[in-house]
Design a protein around this ligand. Sequence first.
Ligand SMILES: [Zn+2]
Length: 133
Amino acid sequence: MAGNLGSHDEGGLDEEDDSRHQEHYLWKRRRADDPHCMHCDEPDDTVEHTLFNCPFWAEDRREMEQCVGRPLQPNDVPDIILGPEQELLPDAASRRRRIEAMAEGLRLAFGRMVEAILGRKEDAERVRQARLF
Ligand SMILES: [Zn+2]
């Protein structure tokens, strides 16, 4: 996943955790002034829009979409996070382990997708705020 930052050249991945709260605040504050998505025509920019619908982040969703075999939807998230239901798993231990490993891979891929999109969105937000003041 490295080298996937495209033209967003703010860098600064090291300070990601420290600035997370402040960046969510910036996003919320901008939303109060102007709820439009800054990357497309969507009039109501939400986390859901950003993660699942905004065309600007299509590239970041590709890995997950390839895993799932279709566009990712918000109601996929509980299944991804919770993993397969134990009673639905096959009895054979080797098949069970394989399915659990796939589910774990999916969960990790989802985490990477969320981090990538929200992290870069917040970077873009910070750049935008810096230009405004
Ligand atoms: Zn958008």
